[in-house]
Design a protein around this ligand. Structure first.
Ligand SMILES: CC(=O)N[C@H]1[C@@H](OP(=O)(O)OP(=O)(O)OC[C@H]2O[C@@H](n3ccc(=O)[nH]c3=O)[C@H](O)[C@@H]2O)O[C@H](CO)[C@@H](O)[C@@H]1O
Length: 365
């Protein structure tokens, strides 16, 4: 089996691509897998680390109004289409899979035109623009949420699979996680992560919180995002021992362990992190990023908050104090925390890899 997988820009599009690749390899060790991404996206770092080959094509996003940027993007898109065509003709895949991000546009479009079997996966409740455009050309549209179906026209192509998450999120035990992330005996561990790129708004609120409540009763494991790290470290209160009390890193490379070890998660509402934290049965405080396309993170967050698995704080209400109050409300009542964990576990959909693999096999019959 020869498979091309394309998805990129942010972790939310790359990790599901890797989860699908791992599943194909597990079922079919001789499968040849090639990733297609962009040089600038996180994929050029994450994909080789996961042990897969990647080829790059140029691509850029379009603004929603006429501009010089769009003229340049149009030129890049043309180059991207030609490059995608060259790579696909050369590699000759049996199937091409897309997991979202602009790079999927040219790759999946050309694959469909070359009559190669195609499947796209949409991880959010509200589908991204690239997938909405590609929907009419591809053979199968795998969605994570029932609610996502209503945004696509051709219901015959749709299967509901859930998000494909890395196997380790299901395999790592708490004991194994605590070896990597040991906890203070009397303090809950709170994971803070603003998605794969970090979130300046969330980071600022955490800085405010630590300024006002320096001796608090919890420990943070805080991934600031690579581009925010030095700014956060410069802004933290110097007088207290904040830096020694909490673990502050630019990025977490072993998220299945970090998630399993912690008691509560504070995060933006990217679809993959939400699938991962429900698989781990964790309670969360969700801060949907306000300026995401069509406000799709709020749809994701509501899906969990409405079920009692999370509390949501909108970015415009986010301050150190509102964050502190949210944490306090959850941690003060262990009953409440347990109920949230249970509700979170009930929302978990862990069969994404299996279902997508089955759909690929069916396509190739
Ligand atoms: C601003 C924006 O538009 N973000 C989108 C992007 O988010 P983003 O890339 O932030 O996506 P998610 O929060 O869904 O996923 C982040 C992924 O990165 C991993 N991770 C993150 C931080 C870290 O330190 N280590 C690590 O491994 C997480 O485990 C997860 O697998 O794609 C998601 C999936 O389409 C969308 O739902 C988000 O709305």
């Amino acid at each position: 089996m020869k498979v091309v997988i394309s998805g990129g820009g942010t972790g939310g599009h790359i990790y599901p691509a890797i989860a699908i690749a791992n599943k194909i390899k597990e079922e079919n060790p001789k499968a040849e897998i090639l990733f297609i991404g962009t040089e600038k996206g996180l994929e050029s770092d994450i994909v080789p680390k996961a042990g897969y080959k990647i080829k790059h094509i140029p691509v850029s996003y379009l603004k929603r109004k006429i501009s010089l940027h769009n003229l340049k993007s149009g030129g890049l898109l043309l180059k991207g289409l030609m490059e995608a065509r060259r790579i696909l003709k050369d590699f000759k895949p049996d199937v091409v899979v897309g997991t979202g991000g602009f790079v999927c546009g040219p790759v999946l479009f050309i694959a469909a035109k070359l009559k190669i079997k195609t499947l796209i996966h949409e991880s959010n409740v509200f589908p991204g623009l690239t997938n909405r455009i590609l929907a009419r050309y591809v053979d199968v549209i795998a969605v994570s949420f029932d609610d996502a179906k209503k945004y696509f026209k051709d219901l015959n192509k749709i299967i509901v699979t859930g998000n494909p998450i890395r196997e380790d999120f299901l395999k790592v035990t708490e004991a194994e996680a605590l070896i990597k992330y040991p906890k203070h005996p009397n303090k809950p561990l709170i994971l803070v992560v603003g998605g794969s790129g970090g979130s300046a708004k969330l980071n600022n609120a955490v800085i405010q919180l630590l300024e006002k409540h320096p001796n608090d009763q919890f420990e943070l494991l805080w991934a600031t995002g690579k581009n925010h790290y030095s700014k956060v470290m410069d802004s933290l209160p110097k007088s207290s021992s904040t830096i020694e009390k909490h673990r502050i890193v630019p990025y977490i490379n072993d998220m299945p362990y970090a998630l399993k070890a912690c008691d509560l998660i504070i995060t933006s509402a990217g679809a993959m992190l939400l699938s991962e934290l429900t698989a781990a049965g964790k309670a969360s405080i969700l801060i949907p990023k306000a300026h995401t396309a069509e406000n799709h993170q709020e749809y994701n967050a509501r899906a969990l908050a409405d079920k009692g698995a999370a509390i949501m704080i909108k970015e415009n209400n986010l301050t150190g104090e509102s964050l502190y109050n949210g944490i306090d409300k959850i941690l003060q009542h262990s009953d409440g925390l347990d109920k949230m964990k249970l509700a979170s576990r009930q929302q978990a959909r862990v069969e994404g890899n299996e279902k997508i693999y089955e759909a690929i096999v069916k396509l190739l019959r």
